[in-house]
Design a protein around this ligand. Structure first.
Ligand SMILES: [Ca+2]
Ligand SMILES: [Ca+2]
Ligand SMILES: [Ca+2]
Length: 359
């Protein structure tokens, strides 16, 4: 039996023990775990964690600088057995994102993995996962494509995020909040794999890998899984300069709305003609050109140009403002959809025609 076969056999035995002991309860998406609710030295069993493969140990620790709060999750593998922990997700939405902060121990950390897993497999029983490799000094992602994402230094926390689109079977990947790769081919949610039969990758978790001749200590913190809307969410400000954002529906005139650029969204690429705010389109210039009233300006002073849009107050639909929120939707010139929301205070000073019509 070579090492791979031994690992496979070990995983099967351990998995058998787990299955006979009853299946784990699924956790709801969104899933959030910062390990602050578990005492030092204990396994975080209260939040749905299940052990897949015992290495040397897995417990919440206060003794290593965490990413958040004062605790993180420490996984320590044996040379022949990975330490693998997972939660079962109650659903796998079409657009699923996950994020994890990972730190390889400064002296004893070799490789940490985060992503999806199934009960039976051998060396890398994971799919659509990040690999933080201390000896190579690299961060990579393994889906159907394997992509290098950037350098890594042991002893440092890195935050990894994957936006998985199971419909297009591609991912956007982020390292420390910066987009590192997009259009990366991913493994489907469910597939057939000869050694294992039907595989459903509904288990998500973390691993300290065992392909080393010594133990491997990895810390994990701030683990999140959530459903991504097909619409990208952007920051907007109705009436920049006003925090209460009063709108008088009985009045005419223009309502300015700023859409902010960020590291991940370029508001200058918005198609103003595609935008809708509570039923209103961007007003057109009155000079017969038919051009929308939109201009670029760095409204929040962060060095990135933002998009200022002017909407006609008369077009606003009162029913779409109930609840005190105005929702903006639109697309970029490349066709990417986005949405943003701001609070508004609606006043109805004029109850003549408009108010009655809309009752
Ligand atoms: Ca923490
Ligand atoms: Ca405002
Ligand atoms: Ca700006």
């Amino acid at each position: 039996m070579d090492r791979r076969e031994l690992l496979f056999a070990t995983a099967l035995v351990l998995a058998g023990v787990l299955v006979s002991g009853g299946l784990a309860h699924a956790v709801a998406v969104p899933f959030d775990e910062g390990f602050e609710a578990t005492n030092h030295g204990l396994y975080p069993s209260g939040s749905g964690w299940v052990n897949l493969s015992w290495g040397m140990g897995a417990y919440v620790t206060q003794f290593y600088p965490p990413f958040s709060g004062d605790k993180s999750f420490r996984l320590d593998s044996w040379p022949m057995s990975s330490q693998m922990e997972y939660v079962v997700l109650d659903e796998l939405p079409d657009q699923l994102s996950y994020e994890a902060s990972v730190c390889l121990d400064a002296t004893s950390g070799w490789e940490g993995l985060v992503g999806f897993m199934d009960r039976y497999n051998s060396t890398y029983p994971m799919w659509n996962f990040f690999r933080v490799d201390g000896s190579a000094g690299s961060i990579s992602f393994c889906g159907e494509d394997h992509v290098y994402l950037g350098p890594y230094t042991r002893g440092q926390w890195c935050t990894l995020r994957a936006d998985l689109n199971y419909e297009s079977e591609t991912a956007k990947l982020w390292v420390n909040g910066v987009l590192a790769a997009e259009g990366v081919q991913i493994t489907p949610r469910a597939f057939y794999y000869a050694p294992m039969g039907d595989v459903v990758t509904d288990q998500w978790g973390v691993t300290s890998e065992a392909s080393f001749a010594f133990s491997n200590i990895v810390y994990f913190d701030e683990l999140h899984v959530w459903e991504m809307s097909s619409l990208g969410s952007v920051d907007i400000d109705v009436k920049p300069g006003s925090s209460t954002n009063p709108i008088n529906l009985g009045a005419s005139g223009l309502l300015p709305v700023c859409v902010f650029s960020s590291e991940t969204f370029d508001a200058t690429q918005i198609d103003p003609l595609s935008c809708d705010l509570a039923g209103a389109a961007v007003a057109l210039r009155g000079n017969g050109t038919g051009r929308p009233m939109a201009h670029m300006q760095d409204v929040d002073g962060d060095g990135l140009l933002d998009m200022m849009l002017q909407f006609s107050v008369e077009q606003l639909v009162r029913e779409e403002l109930t609840g005190g929120c105005a929702v903006l939707t639109g697309t970029t010139l490349e066709g990417d959809e986005f949405t943003g929301m701001d609070e508004v205070a609606v006043a109805m000073r004029d109850f003549s025609t408009r108010g009655r019509d809309r009752r």
